[in-house]
Ligand binder design. Structure first.
Ligand code: GLU
Length: 176
């Protein structure tokens, strides 16, 4: 279980997403995190434990922007650490995920063998790496996400951002 909130629009997405996460917090107390577009970069803020930890961490930053995606985690694969907290970012691709990627070990071994370096223990992280692999092969952002999801087995609700196409957010779900 986990909570996902995503916002893209004319307002500052940070309070919108934090309000939403507060309502969904019961879905996961292991960690909380947000990703926010900051100029041409997507910045990630994550904290172990309840949402209040994340709120304390970002209070001074006075973050303002859109799009914003947020997540409260209930860990299924990987300990409740900051490195395992969502969002996961790899080469500009940012993912939050609810669910379980059942074949993540197999995918992780395959991606690692072709040079991908992982920074978490989660099943989720293979999704951002699969998307990057497809982008490197020449797929556009939409194709990269849909081709990647064809390779996964399991359940997901996802929100995905990509630094090179900051005006776009892709969401997808299967049995989550
Ligand atoms: N399987 C993912 C993880 O453990 C997502 C868990 C969730 O739905 O919060 O990080």
């Amino acid at each position: 279980m986990c909570g996902i909130v995503a916002y893209m629009g004319p307002r500052n997405g940070v309070p919108v997403v934090l309000d939403g996460l507060r309502k969904l917090e019961y879905r996961g107390y292991d960690s909380a995190g947000i990703a926010i577009l900051n100029g041409k970069k997507i910045d990630i803020y994550r904290s172990v434990g309840k949402l209040i930890g994340l709120e304390d961490k970002i209070r001074e930053e006075q973050l303002c922007g859109t799009p914003v995606i947020g997540h409260t985690r209930w860990a299924t694969h990987g300990r409740p650490t900051e490195a395992n907290a969502h969002p996961h970012k790899y080469e500009g691709v940012v993912v939050v995920h609810n669910g379980i990627i059942e074949n993540y070990l197999e995918l992780r071994h395959e991606l690692a063998a072709s040079g991908h370096e992982f920074s978490s223990e989660t099943d989720t992280e293979v999704i951002s790496h699969l998307i990057v692999q497809e982008l490197r092969l020449g797929a556009d952002f939409n194709q990269a996400v849909s081709r990647s999801l064809l390779r996964t087995r399991g359940t997901y609700a996802l929100a995905v951002l990509y630094e090179k196409e900051p005006e776009k957010m892709i969401v997808a779900r299967q049995s989550s």
